[in-house]
Design a protein around this ligand. Structure first.
Ligand SMILES: CC(C)(COP(=O)(O)OP(=O)(O)OC[C@H]1O[C@@H](n2cnc3c(N)ncnc32)[C@H](O)[C@@H]1OP(=O)(O)O)[C@@H](O)C(=O)NCCC(=O)NCCS
Length: 144
């Protein structure tokens, strides 16, 4: 389930960021998405916070900047369900396509996006540099 994020959610969201290239949003960065109404809370059935989705939207295009599920709530289908619900909400607002960029070595995210209907449409070579690790960025797009 998803809902609009609240200011009270931010501290919890930021605690899940581990500084890796895949989960690195600070509370200040998340706050920037919140004030623009571009931050969504992902909640479990009982209502407890399980993750978030941060995005941008310009006219009829959206860009998924981050989706993150708390480590203890992964592999329950929450990210997949959140993406499908979010896509429907975007579509209802007239958005026709969603774009994203993902680290090629992030197997979980690559599989998630492919199962949610995103197709690769570009590659940024050696885009991610973290410590001694270098990885490509895969660009993906989904038409709604
Ligand atoms: C990527 C992430 C959001 C997936 O969240 P999740 O709620 O665990 O994913 P779901 O349970 O909805 O999984 C949906 C599908 O994605 C794929 N998937 C998810 N986690 C996976 C993993 N660890 N390994 C391989 N495939 C995986 C599978 O195809 C899965 O379907 P299945 O369970 O039927 O096999 C989560 O692992 C996460 O928060 N990672 C850290 C942040 C991150 O990398 N975000 C994406 C970059 S912006």
């Amino acid at each position: 389930m998803i809902r609009a994020a609240h200011t009270d959610d931010l501290a919890q969201f930021a605690q899940w960021s581990d500084g890796s290239p895949d989960c690195q949003f600070s509370q200040a960065q998340l706050s920037g998405y919140l004030v623009q109404d571009r931050l969504i809370a992902i909640v479990e059935q009982g209502g407890s916070l399980a993750g978030y989705l941060a995005y941008r939207q310009v006219l009829d295009e959206a860009e998924l900047d981050q989706i993150l599920i708390a480590p203890s709530a992964r592999r329950l289908g929450l990210a997949f369900d959140a993406l499908l619900t979010w896509h429907e909400a975007l579509k209802a607002q007239g958005v026709v396509s969603v774009h994203l960029e993902v680290r090629q070595g992030n197997q979980a995210a690559m599989s998630l996006y492919q199962s949610a209907g995103y197709d690769p449409n570009g590659l940024r070579k050696n885009y991610y540099r973290h410590g001694t690790t270098v990885d490509h960025a895969v660009l993906m797009k989904k038409s709604l």
